[in-house]
Write a protein that binds this ligand. Structure first.
Ligand SMILES: NC(=O)c1ccc[n+]([C@@H]2O[C@H](COP(=O)([O-])OP(=O)(O)OC[C@H]3O[C@@H](n4cnc5c(N)ncnc54)[C@H](OP(=O)(O)O)[C@@H]3O)[C@@H](O)[C@H]2O)c1
Length: 465
């Protein structure tokens, strides 16, 4: 039987490429075959596709055509990403906070379909109110395409009609390369700025990400809200590169006079009261994946989370503030926590979790994929197996980069300043975790300790490392 500990990092990556493109692996012998095949592949694509110096630009004619009317309360808002996890909560808060119509750009075959998609998403997240019905205006379109695939007259109509824009839509994928995500994430941002400038100037809120600092260049260094982004050349995840490029393009629009604000959330976690969360996101998968594996890596990752409802309320509050224009905002829990704390909470619930060095943990996860044993982390294998650099001749894993000692020193004083007089409650880390956990169990995504729901032997199959 193959000993996964003996595989070189290159062999693991080659194997991974094949695992990611094949299904139905049932026995270990097929692994040997895959490994042979894998040696002929070129490996996962890396950062070479992204040249930050070529990506941050705006056509010279894209600039505000008139001064922005700051006294205006918005009557019409344009929102992208409304069917997404965060977007639906942002839509909810917008509809509660303003009497406006909200035009939502949605991938759908018709306006009826688009509206149904939004309604279904909001219902499933327990935030639907039939009174919203007449104020949501669905716009079938695609961020992938110039002018979002809209006929010119429709784009023109929006450019005249809209007062404020919230751009939260993006293809969120930690495995695809930059080239696959550039159109919906970067080119679309330029189209959003074009919309913001055409006919009359619109207030523009961009949902960026704290991931723009996910490069070793920022390791241990300050990551300030008021400084231009740096270290784009040492980013290595395609999705993160697109967020870095878009964030920088929005800043550029700000220097041309577009009234922008940039909102940078860390991991967006569950609703602080209902626990409704995105079970496809990293944290939910990580919690479920380590309990399925029965093992966690010894690297202590800093878990920067923000509850989705707190985030959206904070963004809306900031939207109303004149002083938020031209600034970026970093959102955090008051006390961020480390993954070892989370592991303690999980073991407190009765999960049995051993601790292993990252390489060994990764081998165990890879082995479950090869053996066809379910694990919630499998879709993220490409991300987890990445190596982000070297230190003293040792390859650095993705977890090394997220480890508490290598994180940047973030500031969040713009958020603190803007929210000082707002009463937007934010739970403690432990409270948030308990709410998250309850929802994951209730929804069936996470098996209780002992695997009472589902098939325990399979759900908690322990790999032999
Ligand atoms: N999740 C996090 O932890 C996190 C952290 C920091 C920042 N962010 C940022 O927050 C925003 C929302 O993230 P999320 O986690 O809520 O993402 P999500 O659940 O994946 O939602 C993404 C949204 O964007 C839409 N979208 C994607 N590609 C599109 C396209 N080509 N045309 C039109 N719409 C498209 C999706 O529409 P469909 O429903 O049609 O797919 C969906 O509505 C993103 O900008 C993301 O970068 C997220």
């Amino acid at each position: 039987m193959m000993d996964f500990r003996k595989l070189s990092p290159q062999d693991k990556r080659r194997l991974l490429v094949d695992l990611l493109t094949r299904k139905g692996l049932t026995d270990v012998h097929s692994l040997e075959h895959l490994l042979r095949l894998g040696r002929q592949t070129s490996g996962l694509k890396d950062k070479s596709q992204f040249d930050p110096s070529k990506e941050v630009f705006l056509d010279p004619d894209i600039r505000p055509c008139s001064p922005w009317d700051e006294t205006l309360e918005p009557k019409a808002i344009f929102l992208t990403g409304a069917t997404g996890y965060m977007g639906r909560f942002l839509l909810f808060e917008l509809l509660k906070s303003f009497p406006s119509r909200v035009y939502c750009l949605i991938r759908a075959s018709s306006a009826i379909d688009a509206k149904k998609r939004i309604e279904d998403m909001m219902k499933s997240s327990l935030i639907w109110d039939p009174d919203f019905q007449h104020r949501i205006v669905p716009i079938p379109g695609n961020l992938d395409r110039p002018a979002f695939g809209l006929p010119p007259e429709k784009f023109d109509f929006l450019a005249r009609e809209i007062d404020w824009i919230y751009h939260a839509g993006a293809t969120v994928n930690f495995v695809y390369p930059y080239s696959a995500l550039k159109a919906p994430n970067v080119d679309a941002t330029r189209e959003i700025i074009r919309l913001a400038c055409q006919y009359r100037t619109k207030r523009l809120h961009y949902v960026s990400s704290m991931a723009v600092f996910d490069s070793l260049g920022y390791s241990g260094k300050p990551a300030l809200e008021d400084l231009a982004l740096q270290h784009g050349d040492s980013l290595f995840i395609g999705y993160v590169q697109t967020k870095w490029a878009s964030d920088s393009i929005i800043s550029l629009a700000g220097t041309r006079g577009v009234p922008i604000s940039i909102h940078r959330p860390p991991f967006i976690s569950c609703h602080s009261e209902t626990g409704v969360c995105n079970t496809k996101d990293f944290v939910a998968r990580w919690i479920s994946g380590i309990t399925q594996l029965g093992c966690v890596s010894n690297i202590n990752i800093r878990m920067d989370l923000v509850p989705v409802d707190y985030l959206c309320k904070a963004i809306i509050h900031l939207s109303r503030s004149r002083t938020s224009i031209g600034k970026a905002f970093h959102y955090f829990l008051p006390q961020p926590f480390l993954s070892h704390q989370l592991v303690e909470w999980l073991t407190g619930y009765g999960y049995k979790l051993s601790v292993a060095p990252y390489d060994e943990w990764e081998s165990g996860l890879l082995r479950t994929a090869a053996l066809g044993v379910d694990n919630a982390l499998h879709p993220l294998l490409g991300f987890l197996a990445a190596r982000v650099g070297e230190e003293n001749g040792r390859p650095l894993s993705i977890a090394d980069m997220y480890s508490s000692e290598r994180r940047p020193r973030y500031d969040g004083k713009n958020v603190q300043f803007e929210l000082q007089n707002a009463s937007i409650p934010c739970p403690s880390s432990e409270q948030l975790f308990r709410t998250y956990y309850d929802y994951l169990i209730r929804s069936g995504f996470l098996k209780p300790p002992g695997g009472a729901a589902g098939n325990p032997s399979r759900a908690h199959a322990r790999p032999s490392f």
